[in-house]
Structures are given as structure tokens and as C-alpha cells.
Design a protein around this ligand. Structure first.
Ligand code: BTN
Length: 334
């Protein structure tokens, strides 16, 4: 595990190499400028290389950064991140059972607002409704701890707002128009590109903390995931952003999402919910469709008419309206 704040020496050396990547820097120069011993400089460079950065080392000349790491390293996420709170501290795991479980534990232990937990892969990723979430290397799997100031009544809107933030991010980066399937799936040509999970912990009717888990099929083997998920309830196909022509560094995508998420989060805190709802509806593939939903009180099958001010889905079945605040729907009609 690495985090964004416990390795100041390493980050100093790395940042210096990144900002001076057209020249060779001698160990002595690095040591003088950064006020770190030569031995420590050497140790940091070794670690930096181990973490996937290519640093060329030439006798008499010194060190030069040739390329950056492809890993989702925590200081890469926090560096120059244009948010106030969300993502300003990051934890990184090479492999973990579930970032969501980890974030929930950390939230319970009082971890601060906005912290993000990222993993290269998850061995027991969690999907909604107790489903598993296949999380191989190549995808973006992360959870964010939040201490919202908004009222408990806004909670249903939070998943919707988060999905909207991700959609806006992908629109801006890839110039595509993902569709939003209620409450918080993102699809491309009807196949799932990303999913979200929200866990809320309440304390005497107030939100103590909220953990948002985001899974993005960034560059994954679609066929393999589909094979593992065939037969699971509500499975409707998987898509990967790797199919997009435009290539972008995964860390950049996370950073852009954190910025959009913070914007929508602020709208929620300021109760400016109508904008979120109208923007979500614009992108929705659910509204207007015949949908089916299993509830503990039986099956509902009807037309998805709208989402109301709280983000609840309104389904009209034989002229009777059902208001659904959580659950998994199946789109029946195109
Ligand atoms: C869904 O659509 O079913 C929700 C999927 C959420 C997956 C993410 S990946 C990061 C975080 N950790 C988990 O174990 N799950 C969420």
C-alpha cells in the first residue's frame, strides 16, 4: 500500500525528475537542490524505477526520466488535482479484496472527507445487490469517503449525481455520449461501461459518512468478464473504454472525474438539484422504456415515466404510479 502523503522524499525526487526531464541530473545536484542525502536519492530512484517509471542512469551524467509509470500511484492522482476536497488524499493498493470494504473500514475509523482508495485489481470486488464485480488489472476501481453536509433526503440523488459526473467526464475526454441507466449504470450501445455503489452510514438520522465505489471498465478484456458474468441476474453485457480510439492516461481520467464529482457534490450541498435531474434525464436510456423490477412486494412491470425531485424512479403500471428509490431494473423495450 502506498499513500499520497507518507513518501515526501520520493515524491520530491520524482517531481524534480518530471519537471527536468530534458536533462541528466547528477546525484550530487539532486542532493544539493532537494537537501536529501545522496544515499537517500539513490534509494528513492531505485524505488521509483521499481514502481514502473523509466529512469535512465548514465555514468558521469546522472539520471533522466524517460517515461512515467502506468500505475495509478497515489501522488499521481493528487498532484495538480484541481479539487478542493475530493481526492486530495489517496491510498493505493496493488491488489485488494475490495476498495469499498477498505473504505468502509477507514470511514468507520474516522478517515477524513474526500479520501480516495484506488486499486489496480480487486480479488473480491462488490457490485450492487450483492453481485460480484469482476475487477482485473486494466480497469479503474476506486472508492471515495465523503462526509456530506447535505440532508438525508438528498441521499437517493447522490448515485444519480455521481453517474452524471462520470458521464460528463467521459463525454469531455472521449467525445462520446454514454447513456445512463437508472440509478447509476453507464452504458455504451447498451453495454455496461461503468457501475457505482453507494454505502451510507447513518447516525441518529444524519449521514455520518458515505462511501462511493466506482468501477470503470477502462481497458479490460470484455470477453473474459462476460464469460465470468454470464447467467448472473440483470447481466446485459460489458463494454470497455479500451475500444475508444482516443488514448488517455488512466490517472487523468480519475482526476477529471474527481473534478466533475466535486462540482455535482457542491450542487447537492447547495440543494441545486433540478439541474442534476434535468441533465441526468437528458442522458437517460431508462425514461420512456418499459422496465421490470423485482421488489420484496413482487414484480413491477411498467413504463419508466420520470425521476422525481429526490431521484426516485417513477414507474407507471396500469395507470398506477410506483415510486422506486433503490433497486435493479431491467429494460424490456428498446
Ligand atoms: C454495480 O454496478 O453493480 C456497482 C459496481 C461497483 C464496483 C466498484 S469497483 C470499486 C468499488 N469496490 C468494490 O468492491 N465495488 C466498487
Amino acid at each position: 500500500m502506498y499513500n499520497s502523503f507518507d513518501n515526501p522524499g520520493l515524491v520530491k525526487v520524482l517531481t524534480f525528475l518530471q519537471t527536468h526531464n530534458t536533462e541528466y541530473l547528477s546525484g550530487q545536484d539532486l542532493s544539493d537542490v532537494l537537501r536529501i542525502s545522496r544515499v537517500a536519492i539513490w534509494k528513492h530512484i531505485k524505488k521509483i524505477q521499481e514502481l514502473g517509471y523509466t529512469v535512465e542512469s548514465k555514468q558521469k551524467l546522472g539520471y533522466k526520466l524517460i517515461s512515467n509509470s502506468d500505475l495509478l500511484l497515489p501522488w499521481e492522482i493528487t498532484s495538480e488535482l484541481k479539487t478542493e476536497i475530493i481526492g486530495q488524499q489517496a491510498y493505493y493498493f496493488d491488489s485488494i479484496e475490495s476498495t469499498q470494504t477498505q473504505a468502509l473500514k477507514m470511514a468507520k475509523d474516522g478517515e477524513r472527507n474526500g479520501v480516495i482508495i484506488v486499486a489496480e485489481k480487486q480479488t473480491g470486488g462488490k457490485g450492487r445487490s450483492g453481485r460480484k464485480w469482476i475487477s482485473p488489472k486494466g480497469g479503474l476501481w476506486f472508492s471515495i469517503i465523503l462526509h456530506p453536509k447535505f440532508d438525508i433526503s438528498i441521499t437517493t440523488l447522490f448515485p444519480i449525481a455521481s453517474a452524471l459526473a462520470l458521464s460528463i467526464t467521459l463525454e469531455k475526454i472521449f467525445n462520446i455520449s454514454p447513456e445512463l441507466k437508472w440509478p447509476n449504470d453507464l452504458t455504451i450501445k447498451g453495454k455496461k461501461i461503468a457501475g457505482m455503489l453507494v454505502d451510507v452510514s447513518l447516525e441518529s438520522n444524519k449521514i455520518e459518512n458515505l462511501v462511493l465505489g466506482v468501477g470503470i471498465n477502462f481497458d479490460v478484456n470484455v470477453k473474459e468478464i462476460e464469460k465470468s458474468l454470464k447467467g448472473t441476474p440483470n447481466f446485459y453485457g460489458v463494454a470497455s473504454l479500451g475500444e475508444q480510439k482516443k488514448k488517455i492516461k488512466p490517472v487523468k481520467l480519475i482526476q477529471r472525474f474527481l473534478v466533475e464529482l466535486e462540482k455535482t457534490y457542491k450542487l447537492l450541498e447547495n440543494r441545486q438539484t433540478s439541474k442534476i435531474i434535468s441533465e441526468w434525464i437528458k442522458r437517460s436510456s431508462t425514461i420512456g422504456k418499459t422496465v421490470e423490477l423485482n421488489t420484496i412486494n413482487g414484480n413491477i412491470k411498467g413504463k419508466a415515466v420520470k425521476i422525481d425531485n429526490d431521484g426516485a424512479l417513477v414507474i407507471s403500471e396500469n395507470k398506477k404510479n410506483h415510486r422506486i428509490i433503490a433497486g435493479d431494473i431491467i429494460h424490456l423495450s428498446k
